[in-house]
Design a protein around this ligand. Structure first.
Ligand code: ADP
Ligand code: MG
Length: 378
């Protein structure tokens, strides 16, 4: 990677170093609402300048609380939040100058779209002439050109969220915070807006911090994803690594689909381990969390990584005989459900529609679990 970059001129070095410094830094941030239960535990999080970062996790995992502390609507119980090197832990929201879009952050119903979008400029004392230019530009940006005189009630849900987005962007904030902004939209519109948001982020180069519980949404839009569970970040990574290389069992289960085989470690080194399944069969995989011999583990593999064989391919390892228990048509692919034996949940195998010979329910098949894609978690 380094060798493919153009040489950096000495004059640019200082600004390159400044760009590399995180825009926001959470240091040891904790939050409790009741004085007993920590809903955010020791949170250390760097938000990079210009990135699209998504906080992803199940309901109640502390995503909104984290975003609210960043916005200034909640105060951390402990720790510090730093913006551009300056502590903002106790700075009130309006002095942080962040753009915000929330599912329940409604538009002013009695004000026109134009007035709604202009609102952040009005409170900042921007001149009427300047306001008109910037509102028009913001409405263009979210593809609502010419809608300034309408009332919010005259717009669809998707258009209303675009107005909220225009309002969040109109004063050119360096950071835009969004909490489940597409949650109220139907699936098709939501997917459409995901692409628009990502494109807008690319055009503007502004830093986006986005909260969702929808892993598909997170993977589609983000540069990096921080997976939350129980008030803690489980993993923060670029999207493809998050899917290909989950660092613990929670992330492996939360992101994407997995086939899971339960077993016990029989041999292990730092990289790989062999596990015995309850029925005595043996497979090998990546020893993600350095599980020791004797540990109860789950071997997880993505459905598209399992290789289907009609016959035992004798020279290959990590093969398990299984029986097809169902074939499900998904429109763009097929899924086989396979019974892999005693004590195991069914294995899911993803097949292209063009698979020449699709096994049928009741057929015996051999499933190959390539060890490099079989990730063992304790
Ligand atoms: P998420 O956005 O991931 O669903 P939240 O940050 O909203 O999670 O909530 C984390 C935990 O904090 C939950 O158990 C929730 O019930 C609790 N919580 C959130 N807001 C408040 C509040 N204002 N007062 C008391 N408890 C709260
Ligand atoms: Mg929330």
């Amino acid at each position: 990677m380094l060798t493919s970059q153009p040489p950096v001129a000495p004059a640019a070095t200082a600004s390159a170093a400044a760009d590399a410094a995180p825009l926001v830094r959470f240091r040891g941030v904790q939050k409790t609402y009741d004085g007993v239960h920590l809903v955010v535990r020791a949170l250390d999080l760097d938000i990079r300048r210009g990135e699209f970062l998504t906080l992803l996790g199940p309901s109640g995992s502390g995503k909104t609380t984290t975003l609210m502390m960043l916005a200034g609507f909640e105060t951390p119980t402990a720790g510090e939040i730093v913006l551009d090197g300056r502590p903002i832990t106790r700075t009130p929201p309006h002095k942080r100058h962040f753009g915000m879009v929330f599912q329940n952050y409604a538009l002013f119903p009695h004000m026109s779209v134009g007035k709604n979008v202009a609102y952040p400029l009005t409170v900042r004392g921007v001149s009427q002439v300047e306001q008109a230019t910037r509102v028009a530009r913001a409405l263009d940006m979210v593809r609502l050109t010419g809608m300034a005189d309408r009332l919010p009630s005259q717009l669809s849900g998707g258009q209303q969220q675009r107005v909220a987005l225009a309002r969040a962007l109109v004063f050119e904030p360096q950071l835009v915070l969004m909490d489940e902004p597409l949650g109220a939209l139907d699936k098709q519109l939501r997917e459409h807006m995901q692409i628009e948001l990502k494109e807008l982020h690319r055009q503007l180069g502004v830093t986006f911090v986005y909260v969702t519980h929808d892993q598909g949404e997170a993977l589609t839009m983000s540069d990096r994803v921080a997976v939350f569970n129980d008030g803690e970040i489980q993993q923060i990574d670029v999207v493809d690594r998050m899917y290909e290389a989950p660092s613990n069992r929670f992330v492996a289960g939360f992101i994407g689909d997995s086939t899971v085989l339960k077993g016990t470690v029989r041999a292990a080194d730092d990289e790989r381990c062999g596990i015995v399944l309850v029925d005595g069969r043996v497979i090998a995989g990546v020893n993600v969390n350095q599980a020791p011999v004797g540990a109860a583990v789950d071997a997880c593999i993505r459905p598209e990584r399992i290789v289907l064989h009609a016959q035992a391919a004798g020279h290959r390892g990590n093969l398990l005989q299984a029986t097809v228990s169902g074939v499900i048509y998904f429109g763009d692919h097929l899924r086989l459900l396979c019974d892999v034996g005693e004590g195991q949940a069914p294995a899911t195998v993803k097949l292209p529609l063009a698979t020449p010979v699709v096994p049928r329910t009741g057929d015996a098949v051999w499933l190959e679990f390539p060890p490099e894609f079989t990730r063992v978690y304790r």
